[in-house]
Design a protein around this ligand. Structure first.
Ligand SMILES: *[C@@H]1O[C@H](CO)[C@@H](O)[C@H](O)[C@H]1NC(C)=O
Length: 329
């Protein structure tokens, strides 16, 4: 029997069949895994979205009588975004006051005023009263967003641009991180710098955007477009920060956020803290998507280093995540 052509062909056929069926089991398993992970991913996305739309919050109610934070929102000729942002953040439970940095030639319109007052009243319940104030500036300067605010009710501000929204749960996590480290800047948008060795002996620094941070897992700044910091830094920026750098920022219409990072790093000698938060961009793309942005930021860093006489920024790789969202991985 051995070696007969018939049995050999049968054996070959059998091997083929066996291979095929094993192959299809593997494919099915792979497909199954794909579907499973897609569902999981979808579930997590959906849950973060629901967190935003329903203003879902896990704040301990007994904590609410304590002082919260002031929303310091920077806006410019985008009333629709301002309304959207404030409608969202007013619902966040630890929010105490709202300060709108207004740098337009015309004062806020009566209808905008009425709209925002109504929003704030809607969420001022059960002994909670949200204060709403416009900080009107005559000149349009990027330094306006860090003007010292007298009689601020809270110790901390949450500095935010009008075109990004973070769920209340993310904001509250960042706020509690700040409470643990009140001298530190705590934010959602990390950036980095590094020494460029190709320039020979001279210390020359490069600015690294989001993809650099993503690639290296390291950062040394969090941007003031979404960050908590102590109100004393507003006073320091206004009264102690080198006037030549404030002029530089105003003239170049850029880098006020890097300036604030330098100021805090110089004061603390410590890195900022990056908190993971889901970002919803509600406006059109800002200046960071324009060409040449990174070169301008690099120039700013080197200009600031020259004035400080050293590089104050400190790098770190620490990232804060909400442990309730990470039970699985
Ligand atoms: C940096 O911090 C030191 C010590 O706190 C201070 O004397 C100095 O003025 C600060 N530098 C700048 C440029 O703000």
């Amino acid at each position: 029997m051995r070696g007969s052509p018939l049995s050999r062909r049968a054996a070959q056929r059998f091997r083929q069949l066996a291979f095929l069926s094993v192959g299809s089991v593997k494919v099915k398993l792979l497909l199954g895994f794909c579907i499973f992970f897609t569902l999981i991913l979808f579930f997590f996305r959906a849950s973060t979205f629901i967190q935003w739309t329903q203003h879902h919050s896990f704040v301990d109610q007994s904590d609410l009588h304590r002082k919260g934070y002031t929303l310091l929102i920077n806006t410019w000729k985008r009333n629709d975004l301002l309304k959207k942002s404030i409608s969202h953040y007013a619902a966040c439970l630890r929010l105490d006051s709202i300060h709108i940095v207004w740098s337009e030639p015309d004062p806020p319109s009566e209808s905008l005023n009425r709209y925002l007052k109504r929003i704030v009243q809607k969420y001022s319940k059960n002994g909670r009263k949200i204060e709403l104030k416009f900080d009107i500036n005559k000149e349009d300067s990027l330094n306006n967003r860090f003007k010292e605010i007298k009689n601020l009710k809270t110790d901390v501000v949450f500095s935010i641009d009008d075109d990004v929204i973070f769920p209340c749960s993310s904001v509250e996590l960042a706020y509690s991180v700040w409470q643990s480290a009140p001298d530190t800047m705590v934010g959602f948008v990390p950036r980095m710098h590094w020494l460029d060795h190709s320039r020979g002996n001279r210390d020359y620094f490069e600015y690294g955007g989001w993809w650099s941070v993503w690639w290296m897992g390291t950062y040394s700044m969090v941007l003031s477009k979404a960050a908590f910091f102590h109100k004393k830094y507003l006073a320091m920026y206004t009264n102690e920060f080198p006037a030549s750098l404030r002029e530089y920022v105003a003239h170049n219409r850029n880098c006020e956020d890097i300036a604030m990072s330098f100021l805090v790093a110089n004061a603390t000698g410590a890195p900022p803290i990056w908190v993971k938060g889901k970002i919803f961009e509600i406006g059109s793309t800002g200046i960071s998507s324009l060409g040449g942005h990174s070169e301008k930021r690099t120039e700013c860093i080197n200009r600031f280093v020259a004035e400080f006489g050293k590089m104050p920024l400190v790098s770190t790789s620490m990232k804060v995540v909400d442990s309730r969202n990470t039970w699985f991985w």
